[in-house]
Design a protein around this ligand. Structure first.
Ligand SMILES: Cc1cc2nc3c(=O)[nH]c(=O)nc-3n(C[C@H](O)[C@H](O)[C@H](O)COP(=O)(O)OP(=O)(O)OC[C@H]3O[C@@H](n4cnc5c(N)ncnc54)[C@H](O)[C@@H]3O)c2cc1C
Length: 424
């Protein structure tokens, strides 16, 4: 995040106690807020308030997709602290099935677990702690007043001692696809359960013209999987109808793989990358040497088959810049954009200055303990909870953000107003 107009801020003074509606405001009540707060039950002693534009706290974006997760199930709930208000979840099959899963899980199953977790969190926060159907349009941090104003779409404003941005990420229209914008669908649309019928209609209406997926990472493989599944359904429902080939335009092997096993050993980042294992990391049928940052599980198997030309109905196309494949895009019945996600956040004001409008191209950068970085300095009133995707230069670092929850919880606990213990 480039906040050049903002003044440097002094790091983390102890927070005074202004009269505010909450000690800590969480903007967004999705996966991150839910798993973070359930990893730190002690934080709930403070006055925590969650603002969520949807109708419930818990699954966030995961409720929308009909795919299998990339990560194994247990990773999503690895921080869960089954104490205090969350103790009863030890007996919840929905939660514990995912918490113990050593394989990727169907996303509806993950969403179910997060919904249960979210309900428990809502119960613990109470009516004052949750604002549903509440879209935050702007966050104003005022260092002199030691408070944050949370502006809502209904025109109201609530105040807090600190705000944590946990608003998730989204796909933005990619400039390289501008010439074909009218027929571009986002990968998140293709994998959404709500759009299955529409996508099938488009596949049928393509009348044999190809469908092009721009990108070759996880989101591209998820979209490819759905397109091939729906294509099979269309074939069964309309025997004889011409069906499109799905062409995946790859901008380069980039960071998906090493050029050879020798290079994999040589380029290994000690203590950061998972150690190279030829048995696991070399595809037996194609010889592709995957690096730790590469595709996993279903996406990896799919990419392997695609690369080897063994995936019926699909083909891989190389184009170092998308314009090199412009004839493919011209011919396509429709194009699926799978070129990455961008953090989304409300407008951010620091001391009265708009420093990051919601549509800013700047990334929301944070310190290792989640403090928002402003011109490289930690801001005392604002935190960011993994809003941006993992930065490209940290993709090989398996330790990236692994300690974030613990460090953020510790910092918020210190910053928030002291808790008066019952009986003290
Ligand atoms: C298809 C797909 C598959 C993925 N698979 C994996 C995976 O396997 N493993 C993995 O680790 N990650 C995966 N991710 C990354 C994933 O985005 C994050 O891990 C996770 O969903 C992020 O959680 P979050 O809380 O930041 O966002 P979300 O869960 O989307 O939550 C954000 C919440 O904020 C709310 N919100 C947004 N703006 C506002 C506002 N202005 N006011 C009020 N509320 C607001 C939203 O309604 C939402 O509930 C995947 C992402 C996608 C899209």
């Amino acid at each position: 995040m480039d906040l050049r107009s903002a003044q440097p801020v002094s790091p983390r003074p102890a927070m005074p106690q202004p009269a505010v509606d909450s000690d800590i405001a969480f903007i967004g009540g999705g996966f991150r807020t839910t798993t973070f707060l359930s990893s730190a039950p002690a934080l709930l002693r403070h006055r925590v308030r969650v603002y969520e534009r949807g109708t419930g706290v818990g699954p966030g974006g995961f409720a929308r997709y009909g795919i299998t997760t990339t990560s194994i199930g247990s990773r999503f709930l690895k921080h869960l602290d089954l104490s205090g208000p969350f103790a009863a979840l030890a007996h919840s099959p929905a939660v514990m099935d995912v918490a113990r899963a050593e394989q990727p899980v169907a996303m509806p199953r993950l969403a179910g677990a997060l919904t249960t977790l979210g309900r428990t969190l809502q119960g613990a926060l109470g009516a004052e702690g949750v604002r549903l159907d509440s879209t935050v349009v702007a966050v104003h941090a005022d260092r002199a007043g030691h408070r944050v104003d949370v502006r809502l779409a209904d025109g109201s404003t609530e105040t807090s001692g600190h705000a944590v941005l946990a608003t998730g990420r989204t796909e933005r229209a990619h400039p390289e696809l501008a010439p074909w914008r009218a027929k571009v669908l986002l990968s998140s649309t293709v994998i959404a359960t709500a759009h299955r019928t529409e996508i099938k209609e488009r596949l049928l209406a393509a009348n044999g013209r190809p469908v092009v997926v721009a990108g070759s990472s996880h989101s591209a493989m998820s979209a490819l999987r759905i397109l091939l599944d729906l294509r099979a359904e269309v074939r069964a429902e309309h025997p004889g109808a011409p069906l499109p080939e799905v062409q995946v335009v790859r901008r380069g092997p980039a960071r998906l793989m090493h050029d050879s096993a020798d290079l994999a050993r040589r380029d290994q980042v000690p203590c950061r990358e998972r150690p190279f294992d030829p048995a696991r990391d070399i595809c037996p049928s194609t010889g592709i040497v995957y690096r730790d940052s590469g595709l996993r599980h279903q996406s990896r198997a799919l990419y392997c088959a695609l690369w080897a030309g063994e995936l019926p109905g699909a083909a891989l196309v190389d184009a170092s810049v998308l314009a090199d494949a412009s004839d493919r895009f011209d011919e396509a019945a429709f194009v699926v954009q799978a070129l990455g996600y961008h953090g989304q956040a409300p407008d951010l004001y620091l001391d009265g200055v708009l420093v990051r409008p919601g549509d800013s191209p700047d990334r929301l950068l944070a310190d290792d303990d989640g403090a928002l970085l402003v011109s490289g300095t930690a801001h005392p009133l604002l935190s960011v909870l993994r809003v941006e995707p993992t930065p490209l230069d940290r993709r090989d670092n398996t330790a990236y953000a692994s300690d974030l929850y613990r460090r953020l919880a510790g910092r918020l606990d210190r910053l928030a107003a002291p808790v008066t213990e019952v009986g003290a």
